[in-house]
Design a protein around this ligand. Structure first.
Ligand code: FAD
Length: 371
């Protein structure tokens, strides 16, 4: 398996961002008293605080996600999958596009296949249009890939640069803007959605972010001067984004779906011909990685990712990003990522990658001036 080969080892160290962690030590605050405007309690990165490591497959397509109408036998199918590393982020936006294709005033009953973030958002938007919806899925939360996700609101790992088309980029921007707006209505404890400050650390200045067409969706951006932050890096950019606690969020959306009269059927499909047995004439395919086998999409490939979770620290109220390392604070634990192993199907914990992520974060928070 590629995970054990030398290539994999090389890419893992790159993945774990250790290259970026050539820590130069903290820039001392310019005054006697630190003048950063808030407190940064450090994360306690210790082996005996680890509570679990989880592994998932980001459903990646080099040319990006699919929202496409198809006909299979007597059924109208809307394919809606392939969200890579940002399926939670984009879910409401692409669902808005998919429901635009699926909804038909003359049809009362809709089927959604899949009960991850993408299927649930799709089902809720069909309900909001007045549809009667049944979700058919092999696995329900908390057993979906969507439950593994952090999840930070940030459209990334969505497509290969050289495969992106202007049409896809326009669709991505539209979906991002729509989704961002939908999530704003879900902020609060019930859905586990909140705004959170991110601190992106690097050795080189990060000016490119200004060219991002959705830069305005990351409010309160600022390049911080040395002395304005405690992080052991020369360059730090602050921005604010939405954060979605997936275990809380998916459960709450599923509850909303049921309260609004939705029906749920735990069922797996192994052949598109089986869809003929459903009574709904319109079916939205939100099967994530499952679309590869079910509909033979050869472009779909997994990007394996894993997160090591530490005991919760409720006082941590910021996200850190450094190279490919990231730290997400959740009520159920501190999530340490990140790894990206493309085309790797194995769902076992990659111990080497895990050690690199823990070591990288231990060094990051060990050199932290906030302590
Ligand atoms: C480590 C990691 C970190 C991540 N972090 C983030 C993040 O911070 N932000 C973010 O936005 N995204 C993140 N992601 C990506 C995100 O998890 C995915 O993009 C997202 O979960 C895809 O959602 P989905 O609903 O399409 O798929 P899934 O959650 O996999 O749901 C698919 C559903 O379809 C069902 N299904 C599949 N095949 C069949 C079949 N044949 N018959 C019946 N049912 C079927 C499944 O049972 C399931 O219910 C991360 C992923 C990983 C692995």
């Amino acid at each position: 398996m590629e995970t054990n080969g030398p290539m994999a080892r090389r890419s893992l160290f790159k993945t774990a961002g250790l290259g970026a962690l050539a820590l130069g030590g903290c820039s001392p605050p310019v005054k006697d008293e630190p003048d950063w405007r808030r407190v940064f309690p450090p994360v306690k990165v210790e082996h005996d605080r680890i509570i679990r490591t989880v592994v998932g497959q980001r459903p990646f397509r080099p040319s990006g996600f699919v929202v496409r109408v198809d006909q299979v036998g007597s059924k109208k199918i809307i394919h809606h999958y392939g969200h890579g590393g940002c399926g939670v982020t984009l879910s409401w936006g692409t669902a808005h596009l998919a429901v635009g294709e699926a909804y038909d005033g003359g049809v009362a009953d809709y089927a959604v296949i899949g009960c991850g973030a993408v299927g649930l958002a799709t089902a809720r938007l069909l309900q909001r249009r007045g549809g009667r919806v049944t979700i058919y899925a092999k696995d329900l939360p908390p057993q979906t890939t969507s439950n593994i996700a952090g999840a930070q609101w940030q459209p990334f790992t969505i497509a290969d640069r050289e495969k992106r088309t202007p049409d896809f980029d326009a669709k991505l921007e539209r979906a991002s803007r729509l989704s961002h707006r939908y999530f704003q209505d879900l902020v609060g404890d019930r859905y586990g959605v909140r705004w959170i400050e991110n601190y992106a650390c690097s050795e080189a200045p990060s000016e490119g972010y200004r060219d991002d067409p959705i830069v305005d969706l990351y409010p309160d951006q600022k390049i911080l001067a040395p002395g304005e932050h405690p992080f052991p890096f020369a360059h730090v950019r602050r921005f604010t984004t939405l954060f979605i606690e997936t275990p809380v969020y998916l459960e709450a959306i599923l509850q909303d779906f049921m309260v609004m009269g939705g029906r749920l059927s735990v069922r797996g499909f192994s052949d598109p011909a089986e869809l003929e047995s459903l009574h709904e004439p319109v079916i939205v395919n939100c099967t994530g990685m499952g679309a590869k086998d079910l509909f033979g999409d050869d472009e779909l490939t997994p990007i394996k990712g894993q997160l090591t979770v530490l005991l919760p620290q409720p006082e941590i109220d910021y996200v850190t990003l450094a190279g490919n390392l990231y730290m997400f604070p959740r009520r159920d634990g501190i999530l340490l990522g990140g790894t990206t192993e493309r085309d790797v199907w194995d769902l076992g914990v990659n111990e080497e990658a895990k050690a690199a992520v823990i070591e990288g974060h231990a060094r990051f928070f060990g050199d932290f001036c906030g302590k």
